[in-house]
Design a protein around this ligand. Structure first.
Ligand code: PLP
Ligand code: SF4
Length: 334
């Protein structure tokens, strides 16, 4: 008998794409034909919060356009380093709402797990760019503390996997959590907040779809797209696979100056998302996190944009305009 050759461990396609992400701001600009043309690009800002962007996302940026809305979301700029009063390290009071390692308990019936610290893309406006991820992820110690906190609180009906990006965890790691959650009788809904189907659609592979389809609860997947150009055929395919697995798809966006602060951009985001089977959920006013002030859209302008959007879009394509206020019992409508 000839012994069967061991099957070599193949890195999955998404893990490969993850590792191949662009991390050097100069390489990013070179790929876009913008070498040496963006003087505000900042190595010091990149040292604080490194650039990271998957190549497939770069491919959706317009070559030769320094104002491309996708580029603006990821390129480290000088402006990030200028301190602006009111823009702090813990902008949304997550520190105060901690209920165990990686568990944030802010709203009735829901527990949010900071599943992991990693993201496939680093968004410059991210409100968690200063969160102490290394110590605070729910997955770190085999989910033990998170599970204990959820078991102990029977008011928790819905578990929200957030992050970082929960889909940056390998599927068996996610299954570890959901297998244990399936034995907690008061949990009856699961929600995932993830940007991966948009920035690295390869992540939605057959294993992930099979895991989702087998979950014992209704599942909502809240994707995070800020601009219609973030969608392409690969994203459509990933979203279709999530829907076939039974997930309800919603989008949350952040209102960002220079990215989507026009009624045309917001309308296009809603219609393009819907074409991919996604309903708009929230349009967030920026969390006032240190380093993100240059993305802020004043409330008055945000309200005017939202009103104009209501006048031209189907009602179900208009997201709720909200802001997160530390200590509130829900997101606060503007
Ligand atoms: C935003 C958020 C939720 C979910 O709020 P919804 O309004 O239900 O989308 C839950 N927990 C925390 C900590 C949050 O920040
Ligand atoms: S948590 Fe979301 S917004 Fe923040 S860097 Fe990750 S993907 Fe971007």
């Amino acid at each position: 008998m000839i012994p069967a050759a061991p099957i070599p461990m193949q890195p999955r396609r998404w893990q490969q794409a993850w590792r191949e992400a662009v991390r050097d701001p100069r390489e990013l600009l070179a790929l876009l034909g913008l070498e040496g043309t963006v003087p505000a690009m900042s190595d010091a800002a990149a040292a604080q919060f490194p650039l990271r962007v998957p190549r497939g996302f770069v491919a959706r940026m317009r070559r030769g356009d320094p104002h491309d809305p996708l580029l603006r979301q990821v390129l480290p700029l000088d402006e990030e380093l200028h301190p602006v009063p009111g823009f702090d390290l813990d902008a949304v009071g997550d520190g105060a709402a901690r209920a165990g390692r990686g568990v944030i308990r802010k709203y009735r019936g829901r527990a949010l797990l900071v599943s992991t610290g990693s993201c496939a893309v680093h968004c410059r406006y991210c409100f968690r760019r200063h969160f102490p991820y290394a110590k605070e992820t729910a997955a770190a110690a085999g989910w033990d503390e998170a599970l204990a906190a959820i078991r102990a609180d029977r008011s928790i009906e819905e578990v929200i996997l957030s992050g970082g990006d929960p889909l940056s965890l390998a599927t068996p790691k996610l299954a570890e959590l959901t297998d244990a959650l399936a034995r907690v009788p008061h949990v009856s809904r699961l929600r995932l907040h993830t940007r991966l189907p948009v920035v690295l659609p390869e992540r939605v592979d057959d294993d992930l779809a099979a895991w989702l389809a087998a979950l014992p609860w209704p599942v909502a997947v809240v994707i995070h797209a800020n601009h219609a150009s973030e969608f392409d055929a690969g994203v459509d395919e990933a979203l279709a696979a999530l829907r076939r697995a039974g997930a309800v798809l919603l989008n949350q966006a952040v209102l960002l100056r220079g990215v989507n602060d026009s009624v045309e951009a917001l309308a296009a985001l809603g219609t393009r998302g819907f074409a991919a089977g996604v309903l708009p959920y929230y349009l967030h006013q920026l969390d006032r996190v240190a380093g993100a002030a240059h993305f802020e859209v004043p409330d008055r302008r945000a309200l005017a944009l939202h009103a104009a959007l209501r006048e031209r879009q189907s009602g179900f394509l208009v997201p709720r305009l909200v802001r997160e206020v530390a200590g509130d019992a829900s997101k606060r409508p503007l």
